[in-house]
Ligand binder design. Structure first.
Ligand SMILES: Cc1cc2nc3c(=O)[nH]c(=O)nc-3n(C[C@H](O)[C@H](O)[C@H](O)COP(=O)(O)OP(=O)(O)OC[C@H]3O[C@@H](n4cnc5c(N)ncnc54)[C@H](O)[C@@H]3O)c2cc1C
Length: 249
């Protein structure tokens, strides 16, 4: 059984109409050492007492060269009738939940020698990319790799962490942020904004099997559609890394 630890909520804010950003610290005095792209699990019980768990990608932007930090940030998208949703909606600052981890291998690989990363996410599926920003800054500086981040959302109000990604793009010429809106465009769209689904926006940037490595995260339908599209452009399967947000119900 994995080691469980208490996580105490120290801050939170709504980052979209139905997405809550939650900032925890481990309440046992330990840091949570993680590799950007990994997730934690949250353990709780259904009202009838049956134990269950849910997974959440870590959103924390931390310079891991400085050692492990003590902030554990996640973004939870509220789902109607969801068991974990009920807990995260009601959780107040100072209260604890039980966590474990980190888990997962949806991480940048130091052995990669690609020319470009295509990072694709929908909704809270961009969370791991937020955590990767400090590492991406290093990789871009060290080997001049380009990074394109495609963010799929229905409306501008759902562009979670949009300010972080725009600020990072402004500071890093090799990083381009491409928000794709399926239902409504911003009043004054940035030149890199696109209308439609993320998987449709890929074509303009000519994905290619020679130089690209892709990461796909979030809605399972999007992950499958983008996976097929990228295979069609010639990306080898090991160069298309996937994290599907499926419910563990
Ligand atoms: C590796 C991994 C990482 C994840 N990271 C995140 C993350 O960073 N942020 C995040 O919000 N979620 C993330 N998820 C999904 C998360 O673990 C839960 O599945 C989600 O929060 C719903 O849990 P719930 O208990 O509220 O709903 P449940 O009680 O599991 O489901 C209630 C009902 O809603 C449906 N449902 C479940 N999820 C969705 C959905 N996304 N859209 C529409 N209907 C749905 C179910 O089919 C069910 O009918 C991740 C999943 C995995 C596997």
């Amino acid at each position: 059984m994995p080691i469980h630890f208490p996580l105490r909520l120290v801050g939170s804010r709504m980052v979209a109409p139905s997405v809550r950003h939650l900032d925890f610290v481990r309440d046992d005095g330990q840091p949570l050492d993680f590799i950007p792209g990994q997730f934690i699990q949250v353990h709780f019980a259904y009202p009838d007492g049956t134990p269950t768990k849910r997974s959440y990608s870590l959103a924390t932007m931390h310079d891991h060269a400085l050692g492990p930090g003590d902030s554990v940030q996640i973004a939870v998208s509220f789902v109607a009738g969801g068991a974990a949703t009920a807990i995260f909606t009601a959780l107040e600052e100072g209260q604890n939940i039980e966590g474990s981890g980190p888990y997962g291998r949806f991480c940048l690989n130091n052995a990669d020698a690609n020319r470009r990363y295509l990072l694709v996410g929908t909704g809270t599926g961009v969370t791991p990319y937020r955590a990767m920003l400090p590492q991406l800054a290093q990789v871009m500086q060290q080997r001049g790799v380009e990074v394109l981040l495609f963010f799929g959302a229905r409306t501008p109000a759902e562009l979670i962490y949009g300010d972080d990604f725009y600020a990072f793009a402004a500071a890093h010429p090799n990083f381009r942020f491409v928000p794709c809106f399926s239902r409504e465009l911003p009043a004054e769209p940035h030149p890199d904004v696109r209308r439609g689904y993320v998987q449709e926006a890929l074509a303009e940037f000519a994905p290619n099997g020679e130089g690209d490595i892709a990461y796909l995260c979030g809605n399972p339908n999007m992950v499958d559609a983008a996976f097929e599209a990228l295979k069609g452009y010639g990306l080898p399967v090991p160069h298309i890394r996937r994290e599907k947000y499926v419910s563990s119900k």
